[in-house]
Design a protein around this ligand. Structure first.
Ligand SMILES: Cc1ncc(COP(=O)(O)O)c(C=O)c1O
Length: 427
């Protein structure tokens, strides 16, 4: 499959190339199991001598088409689809990090990721130091330890919407000889390609814009294929794996070593694989990703500019606005748009915010972003509820902040709905 196509073409046709009389679109291969003619063939599969499908926990044709398409769109050497974004983030890190080791993460993260890093990883013996992504490099360097194994951040922080300084973070990761792992969920490869900006691994909640229609949970890990694992810090990548009779991933799989290991070890052992039906639906959604991202971004920018002028609004937070602290980074890294999520502070605080959310009609109150349908949410009492007040502050979540996920409806209808809800909020 060619990698020279533009992303619009990759989104439509990438990852699947049917032979004559085969179905035009990848079918749902709803089978756990595959048939073979010889025991030798099966033995070769178990020894990783052949890459054919073996069992749908490890790989499946429907999921493979999705993985190949996303690897193409992100410009990676390979990808592994998972049952959710959380499973992708967990796998991306556990693949190279174990008890006694440490990661450095930007503090401006999705609440679930923050909680995974602040609570669950420490229980497994992996410590996490959260850093302010705006700090300068010398300050950030202080967070690193000899046992640090990766740096983690989001392209556009959820819900702070700060845009990552890729030049600073990729230089830092390179200096510290650890991979930079980027959650590119909010930007998608249509708006930003982290692997071209110095990231080594990309993760997504495909539940969001990739699906785009709120039908299927999913996640993906994409390997850039360029990180040098043979630097003494990653013996699990370079030394013998006893669970595969002494196989050495880097030696055997070269630029695909990281993603092969994630599949045949993490996915084999933990089993957080997607259902083929979900892979099919997410692949369907991807077909229109570039069109949708263009409209999400345009609608959100227009609404953000409208809200900035509204008397019932104290402050609007959207990186395409000149007033946003990340405006210059957004111009540099997100030239085609800043995606569909924005936050704002309403006059009258949390009480007015509650009235606003309940008065919205077209914009629905949902625990979700990145759907074709617009949605609204109060992060402090929902997605970031489990965080302490201090943790919420460091993640950029103010108590009065309202998050809007702007869909692809007509902008006039969205503005009319938001305006009537703002009016109702002030009564
Ligand atoms: C930026 C980001 N990353 C990861 C996740 C987790 O993804 P999932 O809900 O698919 O597990 C989310 C969910 O909202 C998210 O917004």
């Amino acid at each position: 499959m060619t990698n020279n196509w533009k992303i619009e073409t990759q989104a439509v046709q990438g990852g699947y190339n049917p032979k004559p009389t085969e179905s035009r679109i990848p079918t749902i291969c709803q089978s756990t199991t595959f048939k073979y003619d010889s025991a030798e063939h099966v033995a070769k599969l178990f020894d990783l001598e052949l890459a054919d499908h073996m069992y749908s926990r490890i790989s499946n044709p429907t999921t493979a088409a999705l993985e190949e398409k996303i690897a193409l769109m992100e410009g990676g050497s390979g990808a592994l689809a998972t049952s959710s974004g959380q499973a992708a983030i967990t796998g991306a890190i556990l693949n190279i990090c174990q008890a006694g080791q440490h990661i450095v993460a930007a503090s401006t993260l999705y609440g679930g990721t923050y909680s995974l890093f602040a609570n669950t990883f420490p229980k497994m013996g992996i410590e996490v130091t959260f850093v302010d992504p705006e700090a300068d490099s010398s300050e950030l360097e202080k967070a690193f330890r000899p046992e640090t194994r990766c740096v983690y951040a989001e392209t556009i922080g959820n819900p702070n919407l700060n845009v990552l300084d890729f030049a600073k973070f990729s230089a830092l990761a390179e200096k510290m000889a650890v991979p930079l792992i980027i959650d590119n969920t909010f930007a998608t490869p249509y708006l930003c390609k982290p692997l071209e900006l110095g990231a080594d691994i990309v993760v997504h909640s495909t539940t969001k814009y990739f699906d785009g229609h709120a039908t299927s949970l999913g996640g993906i890990i994409v390997d850039g294929g360029k990180f040098n694992w043979d630097n003494g810090k990653f013996p699990e990548m370079t030394d013998e794996d006893p669970s595969y009779h002494g196989l050495k991933y880097v030696e055997k799989f070269g630029p695909a070593a990281y993603i092969v290991k994630a599949r045949v070890q993490y996915m084999r052992d933990i089993g957080c694989c997607p259902a083929p039906q979900n892979s099919f639906l997410i692949n369907h959604g991807l077909t229109t990703l570039p069109l949708r991202m263009e409209r999400h971004s345009l609608n959100a920018k227009t609404l953000a500019e409208h809200l900035e002028q509204h008397p019932a609004v104290v402050k609007v937070n959207y990186p395409a606005l000149k007033s946003h602290p990340s405006y210059s980074l957004a111009c540099k890294y997100l030239p085609n748009g800043c995606s569909g999520v924005m936050t704002f502070e309403i006059k009258g605080g949390q009480a007015a915010g509650k009235k606003f959310m309940e008065a919205c009609q077209l914009v629905a109150l949902v625990i979700h972003v990145a759907d074709a349908r617009s949605g609204v949410l109060h992060p402090a009492s929902t997605t970031h509820r489990q965080l302490t007040e201090e943790q919420q502050k460091s993640a950029g979540v103010d108590p009065g902040m309202i998050r809007l996920s702007i869909g692809i409806e007509h902008i006039d209808d969205l503005i009319a709905d938001v305006d009537q809800a703002l009016e109702a909020s002030q009564k």
